[in-house]
Design a protein around this ligand. Structure first.
Ligand code: FO1
Length: 318
């Protein structure tokens, strides 16, 4: 059985960890990861969502943060600050730097990001096929209400998403191509899962890559999503700031409608938290496959059950 997951960082990584725990050897999981958060910093290429996926699936993530390495130190970052270089509000830990140095070294040999990622992921997640959404440098920038354009990470980390965002733009999008294997991962899967990642800047960015949305809309695989919003609030992060910026209400039903139901949209089914059972009722009355169950990913076994509930919704539970 082949399962494909579209993933951002923390939420998608935790969901995928639970999915792997559920499926074991019964399925092969391919993760198509957002790379719109990527940036050049201190001359190295940082890929936050790929790194969170690798560290989480490899058991090395700083669990409370959801990003970066466990047992991390920041001696190099602190000393870089002494030169007045870089972003003192964006910490590149010493162990994390090894990943960025390895990635940058491999990129400089001419390898595309997808091959570099496959090489790095051998260390952390050998059971998963980890694909960047594209090999091209597509970055999410935020155009703020007062007209500045800043990198998403500056908006997200420095400003904690408090600067009103007029819109999100992805650089180089028009000329970007899905990375090798991405479209096949969508069209040849037995099931595609949209986990509770940020629907705007994570999943939305993946869907914006030319060809991806159409591959999903026309795939023979059922597509099931898990709501990132519980009881009118995002589970973590500041997805509400992103949803507000694009005029979408922060609710389980609004996010489903934002993704849309196939063939116009990209989903067939939507799993909401039991607290939003009314949202499932509303969607079912519109023809959706919708279910309500506990969806707070508190630990791996709980997340495995959430993944089981999502797959069961489209009859894809092995
Ligand atoms: N998030 C923070 O809130 N503060 C940081 O200093 C920070 C540094 C950082 C370094 C590398 C990396 O891969 C991720 C990092 N993040 C940090 C998390 C990052 O903002 C998120 O992983 C995603 O980009 C947003 O979902």
């Amino acid at each position: 059985m082949k399962v494909t997951v579209l993933s951002g960082g923390v939420g998608g990584a935790r969901f995928t960890r639970g999915l792997l725990s559920l499926l074991g050897e019964r399925a092969h999981v391919t993760v198509v990861a957002n790379t719109g958060d990527d940036l050049w910093l201190h001359g190295v290429r940082v890929c936050p969502d790929l790194d969170t996926l690798m560290y989480t699936l490899g058991g090395a993530v700083h669990e409370e943060q959801g990003w970066g390495r466990r047992d991390e130190t920041r001696r190099t970052s602190d000393d870089l600050a002494a030169y007045g270089l870089g972003w003192e509000w964006f910490t590149l830990g010493d162990l994390d730097l090894a990943t960025h140095l390895a990635r940058t070294e491999l990129l400089r040999t001419g390898l595309p990001l997808s091959q570099v990622t496959a090489r790095l992921a051998e260390r952390w997640a050998p059971r998963v096929t980890l694909l960047p959404m594209t090999d091209d440098e597509v970055e999410t920038h935020v155009v703020t209400a007062d007209g500045q354009e800043i990198h998403f990470e500056e908006w997200w980390v420095r400003h904690r998403a408090t600067l009103p965002a007029a819109r999100f733009v992805q650089t180089n999008l028009a000329t970007a191509a899905p990375a090798p294997g991405v479209l096949a991962a969508l069209t040849e899967a037995d099931v595609v899962v949209v986990p509770p990642s940020n629907p705007v800047v994570s999943v939305g960015t993946i869907l914006a890559i030319p060809g991806v949305r159409d591959a999903l809309r026309t795939s023979s695989a059922p597509v099931v999503g898990v709501s990132p919003v519980i009881g009118g609030a995002p589970v973590r992060g500041m997805a509400d700031a992103c949803l507000t910026a694009i005029g979408v209400e922060t609710s389980a039903v609004a996010v489903a409608r934002h993704y849309g139901r196939r063939p116009d949209g990209v989903l067939d089914a939507w799993l909401v938290d039991e607290r939003d059972a009314d949202a499932a009722d509303a969607l079912r009355s519109e023809g959706w496959i919708a279910g309500a169950a506990p969806t707070l990913m508190t630990d791996v076994p709980t997340t495995a059950r959430i993944a089981a509930d999502a797959l069961a919704l489209v009859g894809a539970l092995p």
